[in-house]
Design a binder for this molecule. Structure first.
Ligand code: ACM
Length: 260
């Protein structure tokens, strides 16, 4: 299958423009699965919860319809991050395909001022079957908790779609370890640019990347420009957890010795 990471530079609050810019970038490179950044349609640096309420959407909102139209036209699958309005406000992502919504994930580990605006995700780490393999999602700061990627791998994910708005420098290199220690592929789609709002300046680090089940960086984008990177990968490699004739990644876990 062909995986694409789409690195964008959203304009805060300009939902239609941000969706259009992402779709234009996607149109430039064919892929089976596109991964877009966290909160790609709204921007990230909300001043207050009122802005989140105003810009959030239900899972069947404007963005889902616009992106599904693209997936139908191009016969592809897409993961993107958005502010979800449900019983509470969540920092969420969806997996959708040519016929619409397939899966929903709600960010478990909230970062920085997100803790003021969003409820922690309550859906665990679900994995979804699509024609080319098993896709799990985690969002940005979830990388910092190895349990996120581990839970997805134990649930059978072959590829982790990882919408992000990274500001700290560590994640792109850390994802090499997340992939290696779980034998999964990962596609981290980050944004670029600076958001200076409500006295808080955030600079996003770019470096969107596709990492293999062996921890190889197949593609890494730059730090300042929007862009798209694709890689042709064989997800079946992520199913075999044998490291050598003596070690199997998962059956070698000493679960009863670990601290819960
Ligand atoms: C982050 O979780 N957006 C850093």
């Amino acid at each position: 299958m062909r995986i694409a990471v789409v690195q964008t530079c959203p304009l805060f609050g300009q939902v239609a423009e941000n969706v259009e810019a992402a779709l234009m970038a996607m149109e430039s490179r064919g892929a089976d699965l596109y991964v877009l950044p966290e909160l790609f349609n709204t921007g990230y640096n909300f001043a207050d919860v009122g802005e989140v309420e105003e810009l959030s959407e239900s899972v069947s909102g404007y963005t889902l319809h616009a992106v599904t139209a693209f997936a139908s036209k191009m016969s592809c699958y897409i993961v993107y991050g958005f502010a979800e309005r449900a019983d509470k406000l969540y920092n969420s992502s969806v997996l959708l395909g040519p016929s619409g919504l397939i899966g929903l994930y709600r960010k478990t580990h909230l970062y920085f001022r997100e803790t003021l605006f969003f409820a922690p995700g309550d859906l665990g780490f679900p994995v979804y079957d699509v024609p080319f393999g098993k896709v799990g999602m985690m969002i940005c700061f979830d990388w910092m908790y190895p349990e996120s990627a581990r839970s997805l791998a134990l649930n059978g994910a072959q590829i982790i779609a990882h919408p992000s708005n990274l500001v700290m420098p560590y994640c792109p290199d850390a994802m090499v370890t997340r992939c290696l220690e779980n034998r999964v592929f990962a596609a981290t789609a980050n944004r670029v640019g600076v958001e200076d709002r409500a006295g808080i300046t955030l600079k996003y680090i770019g470096k969107s990347e596709i990492v293999s089940h062996k921890g190889e960086i197949l593609h890494r984008l730059g730090e300042t420009e929007p862009g798209i990177a694709v890689a042709d990968i064989d997800l079946s490699h992520a199913t075999n957890k044998r490291i050598n004739e003596y070690n199997d990644l998962f059956s070698g876990r000493q679960v009863e010795r670990y601290v819960r």
